[in-house]
Design a protein around this ligand. Structure first.
Ligand SMILES: *Cc1c(COP(=O)(O)O)cnc(C)c1O
Length: 460
């Protein structure tokens, strides 16, 4: 029986072709597309009307979608050098299409052991890449924020009698705000967070962390969690992970490593040496929607001991009594806050297998190389002050003419609409921030961006 909600094959083919044709044009148009849009032009209002009672033709709807897509920073294009560009791999989109169409339930293993096994194979592979031991495990989440929340709850379940208003968490001013946010959601108050000082290169001062922990213990606080960052959001800086790990081991603290941005570089030889010590973490977050070029919506949490996630997150209900536990496969619902979840393995599994790991390694090495080149160029410019040698692919710079000039410099570069940069603050000074990370950004666009920055700097 035909129903409006179950189109026949010819209709499905027609619709799919309409969408895929639109996407092919979109992708082919990216190199020429403006890097940002004219805010004054606004977004098409047509797409926000309420749905009609009857059907409307797909081409008309795609036109409306296009109006909404256009009102945006071009985050998918090669000129996007702001925040953390990832591009959005097409192969991952196809993996997602497969996953959503077969619509398997992956909250528990017994309803879809095949796709849960496939997802677990990706998690296991990541665990090995990070050097975690046998017994490690994890979870694919929607992003690092949710992964961090999941980890904070696991850490306190493992290390504290809960509730504990005297529990203390150690981070730095450079730690991503999602850690403080996760702590707040989990019920910690601001006075349980300790901001450990950073050194001149913005890395955690581990001696100061040790002193703070010892002072707190003497004051009857209960230090239980320390967060090291493997690639800070502001400047891409990597904390001294081996020293933090030694301190955590010595003091019995849970070590969480935030590799939301930097974690993907673990696939490269350079990244592995830079992130040495990450293998000592109790939990690690990283975002394939940053440094593995995936579309937004994919984060990963890895833990040294999968049992710590289960201890914190497993729950049960009468309506789940039919489920059979598979000792070989995890029930993902027991490892994190979500019950019903989409099948998240294919969006990673398909690109990794279709392109091969070497393609990712080569692309990440290319980004590192481009960032080093941009750093050398900008550093040699007498009108710019480039305070930090980049650990990864983030470069920050000031106009030598001061904060206002740096602000105007950013506006001028972005107004060209060939690249889009963001800003940050470094040691109290306003800085432009350039991040090379999209799989679509290559030498030509980085050269164009650097030339635009230098031209603008000269005029400040
Ligand atoms: C982006 C980022 C986060 C937050 O990740 P989301 O995926 O946006 O939730 C956490 N930590 C660092 C270092 C980040 O760069």
């Amino acid at each position: 029986m035909h129903s409006e909600l179950e189109p026949d094959r010819a209709t499905r083919t027609l619709w799919a072709k309409g969408v895929l044709d639109y996407l092919d044009d979109f992708i082919d148009g990216l190199p020429a597309a403006p890097a940002s849009w004219d805010r004054a032009a606004g977004a098409s209002a047509a797409a926000t009307e309420p749905p009609a009672a009857g059907p409307r033709p797909l081409p008309e709807l795609l036109t409306q979608v296009d109006g909404s897509v256009a009102a945006a920073v071009e985050t998918a294009g090669p000129g996007y050098l702001a925040y953390f560009p990832a591009g959005g791999l097409y192969s991952s989109v196809l993996g997602e299409l497969l996953a959503q169409t077969v619509n398997r339930y992956t909250g528990v293993a017994s309803t879809a052991p095949g796709l849960v096994g496939l997802e677990q194979s990706v998690v296991r592979w990541f665990c090995r890449q990070f050097g975690l031991p046998h017994g490690a495990g994890g979870l694919i989440t929607t992003g690092a924020s949710l992964a961090t929340l999941t980890a904070v709850h696991a850490a306190r379940t493992a290390r504290l009698r809960w509730p504990d208003p005297k529990a203390a968490i150690y981070l730095t001013e450079q730690t991503h705000h999602c850690v403080a946010k996760a702590a707040r959601i989990a019920g910690f108050t601001d006075d349980q967070l300790r901001l450990v000082p950073v050194d001149a290169e913005l890395r955690m001062d581990v001696a100061a962390a040790r002193a703070a922990i010892e002072r707190d213990r003497a004051g009857e606080w209960h230090p239980f969690l320390i967060v090291g960052t493997a690639g800070s959001t502001s400047t891409g800086t990597v904390d001294p992970l081996p020293e933090i790990a030694a301190l955590a081991a010595d003091q019995g603290l849970w070590l969480h490593v935030d590799g939301a941005y930097g974690g993907g570089f673990q696939l490269t030889e350079y990244g592995r040496s830079l992130l040495a010590g990450v293998e000592l973490a109790d939990s690690i977050t990283f975002d394939p929607h940053k440094s593995l070029f995936l579309p937004y919506g994919t984060g990963v949490l890895l833990v040294r001991d999968q049992a710590t996630l289960r201890a914190a997150h497993s729950a049960d209900g009468d309506y789940l009594q039919d489920l059979v536990r598979d000792p070989g496969l995890p029930d993902f619902a027991d490892l994190g806050p979500e019950l019903t979840r989409d099948s998240r393995g294919l969006r990673l599994w398909l690109p990794l297998h279709l392109h091969g790991v070497e393609a990712f390694r080569a692309a990440l090495d290319e980004k590192l190389e481009l960032a080093r080149w941009a750093y050398d160029e900008l550093r040699s410019d007498p009108h710019l002050d480039v305070p930090l040698r980049p650990d990864l692919t983030v470069i920050v710079a000031h106009s030598t003419a001061g904060d206002d000039a740096t602000r105007r410099l950013l506006d001028r570069v972005n107004a060209g609409r060939r690249v889009f940069l963001s800003s940050t603050r470094v040691a109290g000074r306003y800085a432009i921030r350039l991040c090379v990370l999209s799989h679509r950004t290559h030498r030509d666009r980085v050269e164009e961006g650097v030339a635009a920055i230098r031209a603008a700097a000269r005029r400040m």
